[in-house]
Design a protein around this ligand. Sequence first.
Ligand SMILES: [Mn+2]
Length: 302
Amino acid sequence: MPQIPSFLDALHANAPAQKAQVHVIPAPMETTVCYGGGTARAPRAILEASRQLDDFDGRRWPTDLAIHTQPFVKPAAGKKSPTERWLAAIEKAVAKALRCGARPAVLGGEHTATLGSARAFKAAGADIGIIHFDAHADLRDVYKGTKLSHACVLRRVHELGFPLVQIGTRAVSREEADYRAENEKTICAYDARFLAAGKLPKKWIPKDFPKKVFISFDLDAFDPAVIPGHRHARARRNRLARGAEADRRRRRRAPDRRLRRGRAGAHEEPAPPRLHRRAARLRPHGRRRAVVDSAAEYLDLL
Ligand SMILES: [Mn+2]
């Protein structure tokens, strides 16, 4: 069995836990996933992929930080449900990072893992807010018979007393919309439609929000063109629906000026219809990618 890598191990040795500024915590939890599956394989895949990264990200040198990768989280044996045992193990790993004065960076695993981290912050008395990128609000009370589902995780986190900023939501249930409305002082949401319309205010974090934040990314927040393979049905449906709509608009407009412009002087024959359709489908991707980029820039201001 090949050795399990530590994060960025091609660039530097694993820093000692006590001296590290960041603890990377691989948490291959997968107990309530209901579509697709495979989240348990993600932490190892991310660590292996980190070998392909370089030192410089265009703005700063992340490898100047002392980074410690903890051993893979493993739930202890016991009578409790596998989900509870996973959450306890993740809480323990995050608590260790906090004791060392390091920032925890947890690699899931399914989204329920975030509750384990939140419990560790709560136990440490940390005053933090949660910034949450996700296609879903994850604010259901119960999903498929459990309160510890990935679809309920941000509700559980919010119940611990942590305020939320939710970014990029594309689908909410009635129950989640109601919960947001009942808690409008502590849940601030910028849904995907709102972002796509360019409405994100310059100061998007509420004034009274804690200065320290824990950021939670569900990869289905991002376009599959940027993060392929997350198999999120809704993202795919949205993309296809937008592609079809763009096709309809495009068919009404002839000839296609945008494609012609790029080809001026090259040769005169019009692009084949299939190329038209592909170009039409690519447009919304570009727009949504820009949304992700600008969010990243704002985060840098924190
Ligand atoms: Mn989620």
